[in-house]
Design a protein around this ligand. Structure first.
Ligand code: SAM
Length: 531
């Protein structure tokens, strides 16, 4: 490493002392970047064989799963914290991965000669370093992003952080004399609690905000508090400022990693009518940030040149796999309800979609049923043909485009789009196989990364049997393992009077049942693969 300025040394020490918990972030995954780039009219490189770089990768919780899922891709991650990188290297050795390199390295030392990367990811770093390093991050994108490559950068934003900074400033001020970070975190938490408790009877907007934020932060991990609210750097910017920086580095803004953040038709009509008249995307998105008091952004970037259309206009749903990610207002909605329950409202925090037509309701229900596995639009239409009076796919497509525009539903964030089918199975084989990474992670933690690049939590039975889902164990073997490792509560081996069961057949049945139920959950969590 080069001689580091004082500020970098502080950062390195702080991440070594309180390492950042490293997780997968679905919106950073090259499959997601590929899909969005395609949708917005670009021609991104295929992910399977891509060269992928992650800047500030911590211990690799985001990049290591990518290396596992794409053995023919080549991945490089680096981070300033030696402690975090050593943790990641240990996992790479244990998993015998040969397509990924993790390095203890500063952003300032990254060399232009490293060559071109198809995808460059930098999550949770840009706002948390000084101006010189922010500059260098954008230089890396300019110099090392392949011609058709796609970049991802996330950062804290104003106006949202204007308000959150009140809590940060308070915590920093009240803990300024404390050196030890762990004590600082404790003191920061109790400072917030002290103020929130004191404001309990106060119903001013300020007090309501303060209590709400304190409640949110109380659920966050220590490492988040340390590196967000108590961090040495936390420099949010306005979206228009970020764009000016991109332009300065001869880079272009592609879009937000969440479609709904750019979609003006889901705003109150007062705003959407006004914004329809403007063509300037910076004005549109900055206005949206003011409407929503946005505090964080995940931006996709590319080299300047391609024509980018960020609206749903002229976009065909036919090329995509669809995944239902909404809620609905009819509890326990089932196929029997179709056409009988009137309008069904599908919604999320930002928007909703009211569906009355029975065929359109059927489409949403099929997607809901398949929730765990993205379904290709053509397969959805085929399933509708099988369950309705429509007798050909073309007629179904025509109907859906007229009555239920799934592209608009995707822009509203009610449905996820993907260019790739999930490479996992919902079927539970006689000797099931879980992906190698999740088997490994289950031996160490209560949560694992699934094939959709999400963190999923495991209960005691799932955690116990997951490492043994290697295609060599049947349900009886798994039950035997579970019984030898788990207590009676986890396996439901007590009778109604809380006495231990004595009938050996009944015990066997119960343990196997517990394992079957765990397997069903594991399958729905997108952890099983085909041989
Ligand atoms: C808030 S954490 C985010 C980690 C990870 N990207 C994530 O989102 O989980 C910021 C990371 O940036 C790293 N970092 C800070 N300054 C750096 C620098 N100059 N060079 C490389 N990494 C740096 C830290 O060590 C830390 O792991």
């Amino acid at each position: 490493m080069t001689d580091r300025p004082y500020e970098q040394a502080i950062l390195e020490e702080s991440y070594d002392e309180v390492p950042y918990q490293s997780y997968p972030f679905n919106q950073t995954h090259p499959i997601h970047l590929f899909t969005f780039a395609k949708l917005l009219g670009l021609n991104p490189p295929p992910v399977e064989t891509a060269r992928i770089l992650e800047i500030g990768c911590s211990s690799g919780g985001n990049i290591i799963p990518m290396a596992c899922h794409f053995p023919n891709a080549k991945l490089v991650g680096f981070d300033l914290s030696k402690v975090e990188i050593s943790k990641g290297l240990e996992q790479i050795t244990d998993l015998k991965l040969t397509n990924i390199e993790l390095r203890h390295q500063s952003i300032l030392d990254f060399n232009q000669d490293e060559g071109q990367f198809d995808y460059i990811i930098c999550h949770g770093v840009y706002s948390w370093v000084d101006a010189a390093i922010r500059d260098k991050i954008l230089q890396i994108y300019r110099d090392n992003l392949a011609k058709n490559g796609i970049g991802y950068i996330s950062y804290n934003t104003y106006p949202g952080w204007n308000m959150v900074n009140i809590l940060r400033d308070l915590m920093i001020w009240r803990t300024q004399k404390t050196q030890n970070q762990w004590i600082k975190i404790k003191q920061g938490r109790s400072t917030l609690k002290f103020f929130a408790d004191g404001l309990k009877e106060d119903h001013t907007p300020y007090a309501e905000f303060f209590r709400g934020e304190t409640e949110l932060l109380s659920k966050q991990m220590d490492s988040y508090i340390a590196h967000e609210h108590l961090s040495y750097y936390n420099e949010p910017c306005y979206f228009y400022e970020f764009n000016a920086e991109l332009a300065k580095h001869n880079l272009a803004y592609l879009g937000d990693a969440f479609l709904a953040n750019m979609y003006i038709d889901i705003l109150p009509a007062h705003f959407s009518q006004h914004l329809t008249e403007t063509e300037d995307f910076v004005e549109i998105e900055q206005t949206i940030d003011f409407i929503r008091n946005q505090r964080f952004r995940c931006s996709l970037i590319c080299h300047p040149g391609p024509k980018i259309d960020r609206t749903p206009k002229n976009k065909k749903i036919d090329d995509f796999y669809l995944q239902y990610v909404a809620d609905n207002d009819k509890p326990n909605l089932s196929f029997d309800d179709i056409g009988k329950v009137g309008e069904i409202n599908f919604y999320n925090a930002l928007s909703n979609l009211k569906v009355r037509n029975p065929t359109s309701q059927l489409a949403m229900l099929i997607l809901m049923e398949e929730k765990a596995k993205p379904l290709h639009f053509n397969d959805l239409c085929q399933k509708i043909v099988e369950r309705s009076s429509f007798n050909n796919i073309a007629a179904v497509k025509h109907h859906l485009n007229d009555d239920l525009n799934l592209m608009l539903a995707a822009f509203a964030g009610l449905i996820n789009l993907s260019s790739y089918p999930g490479d996992f199975t919902l079927a539970i084989a006689n000797k099931p196989i879980a992906c190698k990474l999740s088997r490994y992670q289950a031996q160490k933690d209560n949560y694992v990364t699934n094939r959709l690049h999400q963190t999923v939590a495991l209960d005691a039975v799932a955690k116990t049997i997951l490492p043994f889902l290697d295609g060599k164990h049947e349900i009886q073997d798994l039950a035997h393992i579970a019984r030898s490792q788990l207590d009676v509560d986890a396996l439901n081996l007590l009778d109604e009077d809380k006495h231990l069961l004595t009938d050996e057949d009944l015990i066997k049945q119960r343990v196997e049942q517990a394992c079957r139920e765990a397997l069903e959950i594991i399958a729905k969590q997108a952890l099983l693969i085909n041989p």
